[in-house]
Structure formats: structure tokens, C-alpha cells
Write a protein that binds this ligand. Structure first.
Ligand SMILES: [Ca+2]
Length: 468
């Protein structure tokens, strides 16, 4: 195999070797001027990309630490909460930034901020009065304000200013809130929805603009400890546990103000029951609570439950789940009068074959849908839109299938033993932005810029096939 780089005008690369357009290039075979005997079949590769890729192979190991990937569907123990969390414990993520906010509950005014980056807790302004069962926190998508139920068989509803670190008492709820009280914001609009819990079917809508409560369609049956609400990122539906030592799981249509019964939870949900949506994909995750370690995944599309890795310890009052807007980690309080705080690595589609598609499905071979980096999970039915996104998920030994399309992205590979395979060299085209004659077209992840003037020393087994 002989590789020749051409630098007149476009940075090009001519590969001579067996196999024509299906020729397989192993990066550890590539030498800029290495020659070995073989058929002299020639194919031209449009490949300033590949030429510069060889440079990246060389530079990466000198300059970068390879990415680590937490094992999916596993729990890790994080920094303990500052005090024991119990009834009314709650978690909320305010839409952006590094901070998760939390009620300690447990008949205290404790309110904390957790730094995701530093894995540390900080005490924030105390709640105006003690929080107990039914305590709940919600962030309405934008702005400076987190809203909160006090619970504790009260009608108390507060607003917390993130910037000012101050609490304000807002309009009282129509009826008192206790165990099973829950707040949810459905992604857009002026309305926060709420369960009152307290062995009632009370379900309300709060107008942020008007600071008023409105009674909505009653829950199908009474809600108590473990009652929880979640919005799965898009669409018209809020999902809910009824808790109260039942398997009740419901869907609420915002447009129709109507409840529907969905697949029963695998076992009875009680105090500590909690629901969370991890930002993308088809799955809602859930604590059963009820003083057991059960943790489940609910497929929205299939209306079916799956048992996932058990929590590290039993979850009971104060158990809570939150997803901080990005990344693979759900954060959780165990409650149950403990300081337990955990991270759960979400098993988004985990390979080993990853799929990428552009916005068109015409002529595709590997995938069955257009690509999307937010709602996709890298499977062939929900491919990513960019190779770059797939590379953030792929582990050493994985294969990324890149379907027919034009990919105008700067691709940087910093994982060993990985294969990028296109449909064929005429259909899958990678064309990084910028002038083709410009050195440094591919930007090294450590900020290093260079022309295509290095060669790969060999040995880390990357494969590129049917691209360009
Ligand atoms: Ca396509």
C-alpha cells in the first residue's frame, strides 16, 4: 500500500492498493511513502481530512489524555449531603451552569447547592420555614427563579432567586400539600403543574406570570408518598407516579387536560418514589422508594418498564432524582434519614456499533432515520447527526457507521482502535469547513494546529473505510 499526499490546491491523498473504493486503510499500515508489493489499482480519495487525520494520530498520544467513559447503568457514591435528608428532600437543576439545588427536608430549612464539577456542597439561604413531606423544587426553564413547595401539610409556595439568594412567599396552593406533593415544568409556557399529594387527587396549574393557581383534572386516584411528576423533554404529556403504595403510573395530556393510565410500575411505589427524564431519548428513570433499592427505566415508545441497576442503598422519604441538562449522569438523594448522594450513569445506547446519518435518508444503508445529536442515541434507529458526537460515545474497539451524506465537520479522533466506516466512498463524504488548502484544517483537541506534515508512527489500530 502506498499513500501519497498532494499539496497543490486541495490537500489530497492518493492511495494505491487492492480493493478500489472498498479499500480498507488500517492506520498502522499507513506511511506517507511506504510501499509494499500489490495490485496497482488506484483510487483517488478526497481527503484533506485523512491526511490531517494521520497527523492527529501522531500528536494525540503526546498531547492528550484519552477520554474516560463511565460504565453505563452503574451507580457511584458522590459527596455526602451536608446533613441527613428525609421527608421533603428534593433536587432541582436550574437549566444551565454547574449547580444542582437541594432541599434537605427532614423538618429543617436546609437548602444547599451542589457543584457538579467539584463534587462539593455549599449551604445556601435557609428556606423560610421547615420543609417536610411534599417538599418539592422546580425550575421553569428560564429566568432566575426556582419554585418550591414547603409540604408539611401547608399551602406554602415559595420562589427562590438564584442571583440574590433570597426566598419570597408566593400565592398559596388551593389546598394543603403533603406527602406526594410534586412540581413539574413542561418545557415551555407560563405554567407549572403540581400534585398536592396528601392522599388527594388534587392536580393544579400555577401561572408564573399571574402568580395564581388553577385546579386541573383530578388525578385518577389519590396521590400520596412517592407521588411524582416528570416531563420528558418534548410533546404534550406529563408522566406521573401516584405513589401511595400503588403501581399507578399515568400520563397527563396538557392539551386535553385529561389523564390516561399507563403500564403499571413493576412494584408498589411509596415514599422516595421519584421520576426523572435524562434530557434525550425514549426513557424515563424512576426510584421506587418504599425502603428498597429498586430503580427502573420506562420506555415511552413501548409503554414498558425495565429493572435497572439497584441503588446503592434503600431509598425512602427524601429520595429524589435530577438530571442536570447534559451529560450521562442522573443525580440522586437516597433520603431515608441518610446523607446518601449518588450519580447514575445513564445507559444511553452503548454500542459497540454507533451510527451517524445526515438529515436525509435517501440512499442510506445503515440507518433508518435522519440523524440528531440531541434526540439521537447513536443506534441505527436513532443515529447521531455528526461523527463528532458519535466519537464522544465510542470506546476503543467500537465501530462508527457513517451513512450516505455530506458531513461538513472537523473530525478529531482521539480514541484507540476505532473504525469509521462509510456507505461507500461516493456516498459518505466528509468535508471539513474552511479552505481545503489551509493547513490546520483539522483542529487538534488540545488546541494544536498544524499542517498535514506528520506521519503516523503506527500501532493503535484505527480503521477508516469507504469514506470521502
Ligand atoms: Ca443519509
Amino acid at each position: 500500500m502506498k499513500i501519497v499526499e498532494e499539496f497543490s490546491g486541495r490537500v489530497g491523498l492518493t492511495m494505491r492498493g487492492p480493493g478500489g473504493s472498498r479499500t480498507l486503510i488500517r492506520s498502522n499500515d499507513v506511511r506517507r511513502t511506504a510501499t509494499r508489493p500489490g495490485p496497482r489499482r488506484e483510487c483517488n480519495i478526497k481527503s484533506h481530512f485523512l491526511a490531517a487525520l494521520l497527523l492527529l494520530f501522531t500528536l494525540h498520544f503526546a498531547l492528550c489524555t484519552p477520554q474516560s467513559h463511565a460504565a453505563p447503568n452503574t451507580w457511584s457514591t458522590l459527596a455526602a449531603a451536608p446533613a441527613a435528608v428525609d421527608d421533603g428532600g428534593a433536587l432541582v437543576y436550574p437549566g444551565s451552569g454547574d449547580t444542582i439545588y437541594a432541599f434537605g427536608g427532614n423538618t429543617s430549612t436546609k437548602f444547599w447547592a451542589y457543584s457538579i464539577t467539584n463534587n462539593t456542597w455549599e449551604t445556601k439561604a435557609a428556606a423560610p420555614t421547615t420543609v417536610q413531606g411534599g417538599g418539592s423544587l422546580v425550575y421553569p426553564g428560564s429566568g432566575d427563579t426556582i419554585y418550591a413547595f414547603r409540604g408539611a401539610s401547608s399551602m406554602t409556595f415559595w420562589a427562590y432567586s438564584i442571583n440574590n439568594g433570597t426566598w419570597t412567599t408566593m400565592a398559596a396552593t388551593p389546598v394543603m400539600v403533603a406527602y406526594g406533593g410534586s412540581l413539574v415544568y413542561p418545557g415551555s409556557g407560563d405554567t407549572i403543574y403540581a400534585f398536592g399529594g396528601n392522599t388527594s387527587t388534587n392536580f393544579w396549574a400555577y401561572s408564573i406570570t399571574n402568580n395564581t393557581w388553577e385546579t386541573k383534572a383530578a388525578a385518577p386516584t389519590t396521590v400520596q408518598g412517592g407521588g411524582s411528576l416528570v416531563y420528558p423533554g418534548s410533546g404534550d404529556t406529563i408522566y406521573a407516579f401516584g405513589g401511595n403504595a400503588t403501581t399507578n403510573f399515568w400520563a397527563y395530556s396538557i392539551t386535553n387536560n385529561a389523564w390516561e393510565t399507563k403500564a403499571a410500575a413493576p412494584a408498589t411505589v411509596a415514599n422516595g418514589g421519584s421520576l426523572v427524564y435524562p434530557g434525550s431519548g425514549d426513557t424515563i428513570y424512576a426510584f421506587r422508594g418504599n425502603n428498597v433499592t429498586d430503580f427502573w427505566a420506562y420506555s415511552i415508545k413501548n409503554n414498558a418498564w425495565t429493572t435497572m441497576a439497584a441503588a446503592p442503598a434503600t431509598v425512602y422519604p427524601g429520595g429524589a432524582l435530577v438530571y442536570p441538562g447534559s451529560g450521562d449522569t442522573i443525580y440522586a438523594f437516597g433520603g431515608n434519614a441518610t446523607t446518601n448522594f449518588w450519580g447514575y450513569t445513564v445507559p444511553f445506547y452503548s454500542g459497540p456499533n454507533w451510527y451517524v446519518n445526515d438529515a436525509s435518508t435517501g440512499g442510506d444503508l445503515f440507518t433508518t432515520a435522519s440523524g440528531h445529536d440531541t434526540t439521537g442515541d447513536g443506534s441505527h434507529i436513532r443515529p447521531f447527526l455528526t461523527i463528532t458526537k458519535a466519537l464522544t460515545k465510542a470506546k476503543a474497539g467500537d465501530t462508527i457507521y457513517i451513512d450516505a451524506g455530506l458531513y461538513t465537520e472537523t473530525v478529531v479522533i482521539n480514541t484507540d482502535s476505532i473504525a469509521l466506516i462509510g456507505k461507500d466512498s461516493a456516498s459518505t463524504i466528509i468535508d471539513p469547513p474552511g479552505s481545503n488548502a489551509t493547513a490546520g484544517l483539522l483542529r487538534h483537541p488540545c488546541g494544536h494546529r498544524n499542517g498535514a506534515s506528520h506521519q503516523k508512527p503506527g500501532g493503535d489500530g484505527r480503521v477508516l473505510r469507504d469514506l470521502f
